[in-house]
Design a protein around this ligand. Structure first.
Ligand code: NAD
Length: 440
C-alpha cells in the first residue's frame, strides 16, 4: 500500500499494467498507453506537489516520465526522493530551469506528451520580484512553446494557469450567509464562475500566468499546436508542502500539527472551491486523451460548487481532526485576494465526462493524516537523531531493530533523514547535518 492506494494488476494488450485504487473504493484512471517502451511524458515542475502526483500515477502504469525541475521550491526534493524510491529508473530528473531555452529545446525531443507546471507560484513573491516572476512564468512558458513549435511531431501540451486571471472579483456582489461570503446572483451561487468571465489580470503573478495562458491558447490558434489550459483554483493533497504564500490548506494543517499559530489574511469568511489532487490527475489524463476535442480551450478546474470551504470552516475541521483548536491570528487582506471564488467546471465535464469525486472532508482528512506521519518523522529526525545513528550501528552489527518502521526507513538512507527536515529553519537543518556529519 502506498499513500492509501492499493495496487491492482490489470491485463491490457497482453501486458500487465497497474491500476491505482484509493481505499475509499473509487477507481482512479490509469493512463491509456502505459509501458516501458513508450516515449516518456515530460512534466516541467515535475518534482512539485502537482507534478509528483501526476508522475506517480503515470509511473505506476509503467509510463516513463521525465521531470524537468530546478528544485527551487523547498521540500520538493522529498517528492523526487519518493518517486525515485518507488519507481526507480522509470523516472528521470532533468535538473533544469525553464528560463534556459536551450535546455528545453533538448528535453522536448522524443517526448509523447507535455505537462507544464514549473512556475513561480506565489502572488506574494511576485510582488517582491516581478521581473523574476515574469521570466519564469511568462518567458519560461514561451521558451517551452517555441521548443515544441520547432519539432516535426509536436506533443500535446497541458498548461496550469490560475483563477487569479479573473482578478479580485470585487465587482461581484456578495452577501454574508452563516459566516461565509456567497454571491447574490443565484446562477453564480449554484455553478461558480465560468470561462466566459472577463479576464482581469491582477498582481504580477496574475499577469505572468495570464500572459502565459494566452500564449498557450494562441499557439493552438496560430500554429495549430495541440494545447489546453486549466485555470485552477485551490488544489490540495498528499506531497504538498504548503506555506503561507501558496498551498493554504496544507499550510494550515502543518501549522496546527506544529502547534504554531495560523495567520488568516482578511476575515476568514472568504470561500474557495478545493480540489483533491487525485481528481486533478484524472482531469489531466482525460485532457490528454481528448486533446483533439479540447485543444485551444481554457477550462476552469476546481472542486466546483459542491466542494467549497471558507478559511474559518477549515479551522473548524482542523479542530475536529486535531482534537484541539489551533491559535488563529488575523491580518489585513492581501493584494488580489478574492472573497469568493468557485470554479464552474461544467465546460470540461461536458467535453470529457470528468467530475470531482473526493469530498472536502475526506480529502482534508487524508492530507492531515499524511502530514501527521511526515511531521512525526521529521521530529524524530531532528530530536532523536542520536538514537537513529546508534540504531544504524546496531543494524550494521546484524542486530534486530529497536525503532519504529518510518524512522528505520529514514535511518537506512542518510539522505532521506536530511530530506525529512522539511519546513525547518536553516538552524535546524544545519544542526541535523552537523550531527550526521559527526556521527555517521
Ligand atoms: N497548487 C495550487 O493550488 C495551484 C493553483 C493554481 C495554479 N497552480 C499552478 O500549478 C502548477 C504547479 O503548482 P504546484 O502547487 O505543484 O507548485 P509547486 O511549487 O509544488 O511546484 C512547482 C515546481 O516548479 C519548480 N520550479 C520553479 N521554478 C522553476 C524554474 N524556473 N524552472 C524549473 N522548475 C521550476 C519548483 O521547484 C517546483 O518543483 C504551477 O504552475 C502553479 O502556478 C497551482
Amino acid at each position: 500500500m502506498k499513500n492509501g492506494h492499493s495496487r491492482n494488476s490489470l491485463k491490457r494488450n497482453g501486458s500487465t499494467r497497474s491500476r491505482l485504487e484509493p481505499t475509499n473504493g473509487q477507481t482512479y484512471r490509469a493512463p491509456v498507453n502505459g509501458g516501458r517502451h513508450q516515449k516518456p511524458v515530460l512534466i516541467t515542475g515535475g518534482s512539485g506537489f502537482i507534478g509528483a502526483n501526476l508522475a506517480h500515477r503515470l509511473l505506476s502504469s509503467g509510463q516513463p516520465v521525465i521531470l524537468f525541475d530546478n528544485l527551487s521550491r523547498p521540500g520538493v526534493e522529498q517528492n523526487l526522493e519518493w518517486l525515485r524510491q518507488t519507481h526507480g529508473n522509470l523516472v528521470q530528473l532533468e535538473h533544469g530551469d525553464v528560463r534556459n531555452a536551450a535546455a528545453l529545446n533538448t528535453i522536448v525531443r522524443g517526448v509523447s506528451q507535455v505537462f507544464h507546471f514549473a512556475a513561480q507560484v506565489a502572488v506574494t513573491t511576485s510582488l517582491i520580484n516581478p521581473i523574476e516572476d515574469f521570466e519564469i512564468n511568462a518567458r519560461g512558458t514561451l521558451n517551452l512553446l517555441e521548443a515544441l513549435r520547432a519539432l516535426n511531431n509536436r506533443p500535446p501540451l497541458i498548461y496550469t494557469s490560475t483563477n487569479k486571471v479573473y482578478g479580485d472579483l470585487k465587482e461581484v456582489r456578495l452577501r454574508m450567509n452563516r459566516g461565509r461570503y456567497e454571491p447574490e446572483d443565484e446562477g453564480t451561487r449554484a455553478n461558480g464562475f465560468s470561462e466566459e468571465r472577463h479576464l482581469h489580470f491582477h498582481s504580477p503573478y496574475g499577469c505572468s500566468k495570464g500572459a502565459a495562458c494566452q500564449y498557450v491558447l494562441d499557439y493552438a490558434r496560430t500554429f495549430g499546436m495541440r494545447t489546453a489550459v486549466f485555470r485552477m483554483s485551490c488544489i490540495y493533497g498528499l506531497h504538498q508542502f504548503g506555506n503561507e504564500d501558496q498551498g493554504w490548506v496544507a499550510h494550515f494543517l502543518i501549522k496546527a500539527l506544529q502547534g504554531e499559530p495560523i495567520t488568516i489574511y482578511g476575515d476568514g469568511c472568504q470561500v474557495r472551491d478545493v480540489l483533491f489532487v487525485e481528481d486533478l490527475v484524472d482531469a489531466f489524463l482525460l485532457a490528454q486523451e481528448k486533446i483533439d476535442t479540447i485543444s485551444g480551450e481554457p477550462f476552469n478546474i476546481g472542486g466546483g460548487a459542491g466542494n467549497t470551504i471558507s478559511l474559518l470552516e477549515l479551522i473548524e475541521l482542523i479542530t475536529e481532526l486535531h482534537g484541539k483548536r489551533p491559535e488563529v491570528r488575523f491580518e489585513a487582506w492581501r493584494p488580489a485576494d478574492q472573497q469568493y471564488y468557485v470554479s464552474d467546471t461544467r465546460k470540461f465535464s461536458k467535453l470529457t465526462g470528468w467530475s470531482a469525486r473526493v469530498g472536502v472532508k475526506v480529502g482534508i482528512s487524508k492530507l492531515y493524516h499524511w502530514l501527521q506521519e511526515h511531521c512525526r518523522l521529521k521530529t524524530q529526525s531532528i530530536l532523536q537523531i542520536g538514537d537513529l545513528v546508534k540504531e544504524r550501528q546496531n543494524l550494521a552489527n546484524g542486530n534486530k531493530s529497536r525503532v519504529e518502521r518510518p524512522a528505520l526507513r529514514a535511518l537506512r538512507n542518510r539522505k532521506t533523514i536530511k530530506l525529512k527536515d522539511f519546513q525547518q529553519r536553516n538552524a535546524s537543518r544545519a544542526k541535523l547535518n552537523r550531527t550526521l556529519a559527526k556521527a555517521v
